[in-house]
Structures are given as structure tokens and as C-alpha cells.
Design a protein around this ligand. Structure first.
Ligand SMILES: [Mn+2]
Length: 198
């Protein structure tokens, strides 16, 4: 029986060409190349703190702006996540994390529910971090939640520095996703829903 929780996605549109490999039971190794420096930094943190192995090569229309590449990377990651998690047998389903980075504090709560939803309550005081528009973080997490078919709440509890706020959010997402996707040793391989299906 192949129980490896892995997936490979190759997604091509007129705007982006993305190859992505995900192993939910990895060790946090990553090789990320989206062409957007700060986004690579965030995705590296997501893999490291989620203990996911993650490879992403995204070639997007960055000459227009970073929107398509950011959003489509979220879609590809969500597609990989839903494929890797399979029928959700034996997972914890719910996950949560509070992660600080100096003055910033981010909370992420996830339910691998089959019900795509993003609740986003994060305020950036600057329009850009490096070359990346701060409004794109919401686009990334929404695209991910919609295609991973999960409920995701991202709440900024504190913070002023935009680099810190973004990074704390990605680290909290990593930890919450790790918790939710991990096997629950008491679940005995059952589907974590009273409906019997998720
Ligand atoms: Mn940093």
C-alpha cells in the first residue's frame, strides 16, 4: 500500500507555468524559485515550520506585476495539499498556532473541512515589502484555501513591522497546517467527522 502523502502539480496558463512538489511528512526541506524574493522567503518559512518538503518553480508574467504568480502558486499549493492529504483518514483535522516575531504576533486556525473559506484580518502599514505588494498575501492565502478546500483564519494580534507581520503569518500558517494534517494516534485511521466524510 502506498501511503506516501505527496503530490506533484504542473499547472500551466497563459500567465504562469508552475511545477510544485509537496511531501506533507517531510523534514522542512525546500527549493523555492518564484522570481519574487520576499515570496520565496515566505514559502521557505512555510515549508520549514510545517515540516513539509516543498519544491516550487514558478515562471510567471512578473513584467505585468506579481499578482498572477502569487495567486497561481497558492492555487498549485492548494491542489497539491488536497491531493497529498487524500481522504483525510486519521488526521487531526483542526490546527492552530500563535507565532510571534519580535513585536508581531499572528494567529492562524485551520480546519481541513472540505469547506473553502478564508477569514483574513491582517493590516499592513506599507504597500510593499521589498518588491512585493503586501495586498498579495491575502490573495495567496485565499487561493490556497479555495483550492486546498479548507477553512483558514489568519488574524494579526499585534505588529508594526510589515516584514515581521508577514513572516509571523506564514510561520503560524505552517504550524497550524502541520498540526491539522498530522496523524492523530487516537483516531485509529477514522475520518474525523460525524458525517463519515470530509
Ligand atoms: Mn525574514
Amino acid at each position: 500500500m502506498d501511503t506516501a502523502r505527496t503530490a506533484t502539480i504542473h499547472r500551466v496558463t497563459s500567465e504562469t507555468d508552475i511545477t510544485l512538489r509537496l511531501n506533507l511528512d517531510g523534514t522542512g526541506q525546500s527549493r523555492i524559485a518564484t522570481g519574487i524574493g520576499f515570496f520565496d522567503h515566505m514559502l521557505t518559512a512555510l515549508a520549514r515550520h510545517g515540516l513539509f518538503d516543498l519544491e516550487i518553480e514558478a515562471k510567471g508574467d512578473l513584467h505585468i506585476d506579481f499578482h498572477h504568480t502569487t495567486e497561481d502558486t497558492g492555487i498549485a499549493l492548494g491542489q497539491a495539499f488536497v491531493r497529498a492529504i487524500g481522504d483525510k483518514r486519521g488526521i487531526r483535522r483542526f490546527g492552530h498556532a500563535l507565532v510571534p516575531l519580535d513585536e508581531a504576533l499572528s494567529e492562524v486556525v485551520v480546519d481541513i473541512s472540505g469547506r473553502p473559506f478564508l477569514a483574513w484580518s491582517v493590516d499592513f502599514t506599507r504597500d510593499k515589502i521589498g518588491e512585493m505588494d503586501t495586498e498579495l498575501f491575502e490573495e495567496f492565502f485565499r487561493a490556497f484555501a479555495m483550492s486546498a478546500l479548507l477553512t483558514l483564519h489568519v488574524t494579526q494580534k499585534a505588529g508594526r513591522n510589515c516584514h515581521h507581520i508577514a513572516e509571523a503569518s506564514f510561520k503560524a500558517a505552517a504550524r497550524a497546517l502541520r498540526m491539522a494534517a498530522e496523524p492523530d494516534p487516537r483516531a485509529a485511521g477514522s475520518i474525523p467527522s460525524t458525517k463519515g466524510v470530509l
